[in-house]
Design a protein around this ligand. Sequence first.
Ligand code: ADP
Length: 452
Amino acid sequence: MFKKILIANRGEIALRILRACKELGIATVAVHSTADADAMHVRLADESVCIGPPPARESYLNVPSLLAACEITGADAVHPGYGFLAENARFAEILKDHNIHFIGPKAEHIRIMGDKIEAKKTAQRLGIPVVPGSDGGITSDEEAQRVAAEIGFPVLVKAAAGGGGRGMKVAMTADDLSQALSTARSEAKAAFGDDAVYLEKYLAKPRHIEVQVLGDGRGHAIHLGERDCSLQRRHQKVWEEAPSPVITPAQRAEIGETVAKAMRDMNYLGVGTVEFLYEDGNFYFIEMNTRIQVEHPVTEMVTGIDLINEQIRVAAGEPLNLRQEDVVFEGHAIECRVNAEHPTTFRPSPGRITHYHVPGGLGIRVDSNAYQGYSIPPHYDSLVGKLIVHGKTRDECLMRLRRALDEFVVDGIDTTLPLFRTLVRTKAIAEGQYDIHWLEHFLAEHPEKKAG
Ligand code: ADP
C-alpha cells in the first residue's frame, strides 16, 4: 500500500480524497495555489506545499511544481481527483517515469477514451451500443452530408477532443450542416487545440444514464449500477440520482454486465464511468470518463461501497475483493450540486461565506470544503458543495431532500439552493419524468420560479 499520497486537486474532492486516505492510514500531502492557502483540505492534510499563483495553469496544472512537491515530501502516489490533470495520459506517464504511482487507469486507456472518436470505436468493438453516426472523423462537407442523409436529421457535430459540452453543434436540416461543422471546428480548435469533429444522430428526448465501473487491471471488473444525470444546464449536470427512475433491475443487470465485460476485456484499472444516452428503451454510448466523478457519492449511498478507497487499493496493486454479487443496491440517493451562482442569472458569485449551516440527520451527506468565514476564490469552478440524500424509496429521498434543502444556510454569496428548493417541489421531478432538455425548458418557461 502507498505510504504517502499527494492530492493534486482542490475543493471538495481534495477533502474527499483526504478522508479516504486517513481511513486507510495513508499520510497526505495537500498542494495549493496562493488563492487556496486557507482551504480546508490544506488545514487537514499532514503536509502542504504551495505550488504557484492562482491561475490553474501555473498551479494545479503545473507538472514541474507537482513533481517538485512529490520530491520534497517523498509522496509515492498522486491522486488527481477530477478535472485538472485527472485525464491527462502524459501526466500519468511522467509520474511513472519518476517512480510515482498515478491513482487512475493505465495511460493507454486514458488516451483512448480522451479521444471521443477512438473511444467510440473501442466501445463498439467491445460490444457496447453506440449512437449511430460517422465511423470516424469527418473531413469534408460532402462526407458530412452523406453520413447525415444516412442517419437522418437532426444531427450533432461533436469535437473529438470534446469536454464540458464545448465544440458541439446541432444541425436540424441539410442547410444548417455546413455552418454547424465550421462553428464546431473553430470552437474545438479554440478550446482544445484540435479541430477534429465527428457526426452523430441527435437524439430528441434522451435521458443521460451512466454506469459506474471498477476494475483491478488484471481482468476482474464489476459494475456498480447506474446514475441518472438527465437534469442538466448547458450540458452540465445539476442533479444526479441512483437508481434511475426509468431503469428496471433487469435493464440494470444487462447494461451493467455489458459494460463490466468490456472493462474485463480491456483489463481496465480503477474507477470509470461509461456514459449513455437512453431513449425508447435503448442505450447509446457517448463517452467514457476515466476518473472519479463529481456525482460518485450517489453510487456510494446506494451500494455502501467507498469508491475512492477501492480506487486507491487497486491502484496500489491490491486485487479487487468485490464480486458482482457483493454489490447490493439499497434505496435511492439524490445529489444536488450547490454552486456559488445567482439562482436566476447563474452569474458566478465568489466571495466570503458569512453564515454556513449544513443540514444533518439520517440519510444526509454534505461533501463540501466550505466553512463559515471561507472565501470562495474567483479563479476556479463555482461548486460550494454537494448535498447527497439517501432514502429507502425515491419518495422518502425527495421528502428528506426537501427538508435538508430548507435547513441548508449559505449566506454572504448567491447560491443555487433556491433553484433546488423549487425543483424538489416540481411535479415532473417528483414523477421522475424528465429528459436532458427538461431543465433548460423549465428555466426558460418559468423565469420567476427559478428563485423559488
Ligand atoms: P462532453 O464531453 O462535452 O460533456 P458528451 O458527449 O458527454 O460531451 O455530451 C454531453 C451532453 O451533450 C450529453 O449529456 C447530452 O446532454 C448531450 N449530447 C451528447 N450527444 C448527444 C446526442 N447524440 N444527441 C443528443 N444530445 C447529446
